[in-house]
Design a protein around this ligand. Sequence first.
Ligand SMILES: Cc1ncc(COP(=O)(O)O)c(C=O)c1O
Length: 342
Amino acid sequence: MAPLNLDTASVFPFDLHRYALKVRYYRLARHALHEVFTCMQILPGDRVLLPAFICRDLLAPIHAAGAVPVFYEVDRDLRPLELPVSGRVRAVLAVNYFGFPQDLLVFRRYCAKYGAVLIEDNAHGLLSCDAAGRLLGERGDFGIFSIRKTFLLPDGAMLMANTQEWQSCLSEQLPFSRESLPLSFWLNYGLSRIERNTGIAFHALGQELIRKFRYLRTGYPIATSQSADEFELPLLPAPHHVSMSMFAKQDFAGEIGRRRRLYGEFHKLFSSMHIKPLFNELPEGTVPYCYPFYAEERAAQQVTRVARSRGFDCIHWPALPAAVESEAPLHYRTLWLVNFLC
Ligand SMILES: Cc1ncc(COP(=O)(O)O)c(C=O)c1O
């Protein structure tokens, strides 16, 4: 195996020695989840419990492992209604939606009773902690993180194995990719840096231009999620070396402060609009991925205009799995978010 270009131990910001053994880096959180299934030696036909309110992409590693997804429903606060009991449930995914901590008690009880592995999907919550000060992603058997959703990087995700037993099963760190990066990344990145330094919404303007260009080419302003995304795990699981070195240089404390400040500002700004915030409080330790809210289309468009004028994108979330989409309750179809990534 080729030597690593960057010592993985130097990347994660918290406790370097503690994290070196338990962390592996990937391109996408989907690849990190796939590695969990490899560690667990999941077998074709094994079942994986996950919330029905989820982006369809996350099904790809489950299908790639030959496992069967079994959905549980969540209420308007995105807490599980009931965890279905089914033969051969080997793993349960609990999601910290938008960086807000999920209460894991019911998941822990289920996993203890049925001998399942608890995976904390913390794709949205890098840097976030729960009320007891525990890092999200560190509370289950495994945690998966999508670093590129918190920092503007070419790619980047992380797997955390939280017991010695699971750490001993992890594969070696893949060598970081050295492919050349697309020009669009550097353009986007450059505009975002200018925006951070000047406060002028260049990044949003750049995204608007990219969307107009895509609309002319494909008829869709935003890259659409395809139903095939449920089945196709993207190739090339190794993260780019540029992502890793950019990640190592981030101002973590500054980013925590920026995200918490933005949440408060948007909460105030949108208070007179016809929307319902998903969370009315921002708990101490929570580092929000975005400002999530329920709204009808027209109010969401209004919020989108305000968010864009400040340089932030507002999108409808998520593209639901096909098996969920047709019967999805209203709250699965009316959630929007102002994304803080820039
Ligand atoms: C809750 C959640 N988990 C996992 C993922 C997958 O992350 P990635 O795109 O890095 O594979 C997503 C993607 O949007 C997500 O929203």
